[in-house]
Design a protein. Structure first.
Length: 257
């Protein structure tokens, strides 16, 4: 379970950054007092446009950023007080994960497995399981730089899951993937849910969220504007689908600087 309470992240802006953002304010409130819960055995979606605060929220969940205010607990562990315990029970996939292009997939899995303290036998068994699942086996000894974009993404997912975490946090997991590879990824997320794991995904693709997620939280301009099942949110805006409901919420809540 992940519990988020009054979560806030504020950045101080340099004059250069203020000019880039075309704002006169010297602070940026990236996340503004948001609260929600996500439970084991469900896929929970963080939805919103680019720049809404989804990735910042996920980075705080993963202990990569410290909240300015508020709290996050992951499986009962506070991200500020017990970051090491949080890292052991989560798998975090971000588009910014950079794999060494000169490493092979096989060596990469060994490298990250040892970082998590796994034995050679554990690494081998987990690697074989994930490589079979994502059809990486035939490419395990090739250099990563020679792999396709889809294969690199599947390897990134395998790396983030090497330690078999209970909580899986994926930032835009299908971004840039072809339709076949994207389907492999979303099918696997549903398998993780069936295993009782908590899966949190961020996306700006409403059709994907509607198909995949048990519950969603919609963030616009750093604020939580909706939280519940897809059916509840669509019904609350008298909309035909999640995309229409999202645009209604966007019109109501987005404010220009």
């Amino acid at each position: 379970m992940i519990k988020v309470e009054n979560l806030t992240k504020i950045y101080k802006l340099t004059k250069k950054k203020m000019a880039e953002l075309k704002t006169t304010r010297n602070v940026k409130i990236a996340v503004d007092k948001i609260s929600f819960e996500a439970h084991d055995g469900e896929i929970f979606g963080l939805l919103g446009p680019n720049g809404a605060g989804k990735t910042t929220t996920m980075r705080m969940m993963a202990t990569l950023l410290l909240p300015t205010e508020g709290t996050i607990t992951v499986q009962g562990n506070d991200v500020k007080k017990h970051p090491d315990k949080v890292r052991k029970c989560i798998g975090f996939l971000t588009n910014e994960l950079k794999l060494d292009p000169h490493f092979s997939p096989k060596y990469t899995m060994e490298f990250f497995g040892k970082l998590y303290g796994l034995s050679d036998e554990q690494i081998s068994a987990r690697r074989d399981e994930l490589f079979d699942k994502f059809a990486i086996k035939d490419f395990e000894n090739k250099k990563i730089e020679s792999l396709s974009t889809g294969m690199k993404q599947k390897l990134s997912i395998a790396v983030s899951l090497i330690h078999n975490p209970q909580v899986v946090i994926f930032d835009e997991p299908t971004n840039g993937l072809d339709i076949i590879t994207a389907r492999v990824v979303t099918d696997y997320l549903q398998e993780l849910k069936k295993e009782g794991k908590l899966v949190i995904v961020s996306t700006h693709i409403m059709s994907l969220a509607e198909k995949l997620c048990d519950k969603v939280a919609i963030i616009i301009d750093g604020k939580l504007v909706a939280n519940g099942t897809v059916k509840e949110i669509v019904s609350s805006k008298n909309s035909v689908d999640l995309e229409d409901a999202f645009f209604e919420l966007y019109k109501e809540n987005y404010k220009e600087d």
